[in-house]
Design a protein around this ligand. Sequence first.
Ligand SMILES: NC(=O)c1ccc[n+]([C@@H]2O[C@H](COP(=O)([O-])OP(=O)(O)OC[C@H]3O[C@@H](n4cnc5c(N)ncnc54)[C@H](O)[C@@H]3O)[C@@H](O)[C@H]2O)c1
Length: 287
Amino acid sequence: MIDTAADCPEGRLNGLNAVVTGAAQGLGLAIAEELGRRGAHVTMADVQAEKVRKAAAGLGEKGLQAEPATLDITDSRAVKEFFGAFVGARGRLDILVNNAGSRQSVTEVAELGDREWDRVLGVTLTGTFYCCRSAAAVMQRQESGCIVNMASVNGQSAAALVAAYNAAKAGVISLTRTLALELAPYGVRVNAVSPGPVYTDFNRQNMAERALSLKISEEEIIQRVAKSIPLGRWGEPHEIAQGVAFLCSPAATWITGEVLRVSGGLEGVSATPPKKAKEKPASSDSG
Ligand SMILES: NC(=O)c1ccc[n+]([C@@H]2O[C@H](COP(=O)([O-])OP(=O)(O)OC[C@H]3O[C@@H](n4cnc5c(N)ncnc54)[C@H](O)[C@@H]3O)[C@@H](O)[C@H]2O)c1
């Protein structure tokens, strides 16, 4: 009996070499596990060296082929060296999942600092570009391979107070579509997954900051988010991983340049903040 996609031949990734960035925790870890479960050898790259080492060891204990790698995707030279060494060691790169990304501190555009804008764009968009560029060169040569970039519903429908993140994810979607066109003649597929809300570290911090900005409890905002999702609940990491694994699998051989929303039906979170109270002008006789 076929009871999961991993048991279905169309869903298998046996013998394929995969890289997942940001795989030390959260969605990246779930994606690494799902690709491993489907038979891929997974290299788990993350800037958190010790955490990714433990995460890979954990998957190894479950009988999966997982290897840790320390990589900061914002370091252009390090990314080039990483992919060069990867192909040298494993021979080929079949799957790249660009999952690493950074949240933004919850701030309106009028108060958003240069450094926060640059930091969020640097990891989420530029880092994804560096990895795409290296993988594209390898996959072009091989004339095979697939890339899945992690976008977000925010990249398709902007949420208030996280402009840098929205812009970065919209950029990831555009990069995905451009690369899909450029690599199609080589038989290389490039797609994106747009997750809806999943309660990882990323959203633990988001919810805390959003609750503060709305002057409500974290519990309340968590419930509000759940109610805004047509399927009525937050997503689970393995549900995002299933979407990614599908796009990497032989079940998706005629899908490229696509953005797959895995969001319980949620199209976007507008999150309009309340109007700020006007500051009183300083009185001239205040002493
Ligand atoms: N959690 C959600 O609800 C949600 C929704 C939509 C999109 N996403 C996207 O999914 C991806 C994963 O999200 P998550 O919730 O697991 O986040 P997370 O913050 O829990 O994990 C992100 C991982 O990326 C790694 N990372 C950060 N900067 C890096 C760098 N410069 N180089 C290498 N690794 C780096 C971190 O160490 C961490 O392990 C992100 O791209 C995020 O934007 C998440």
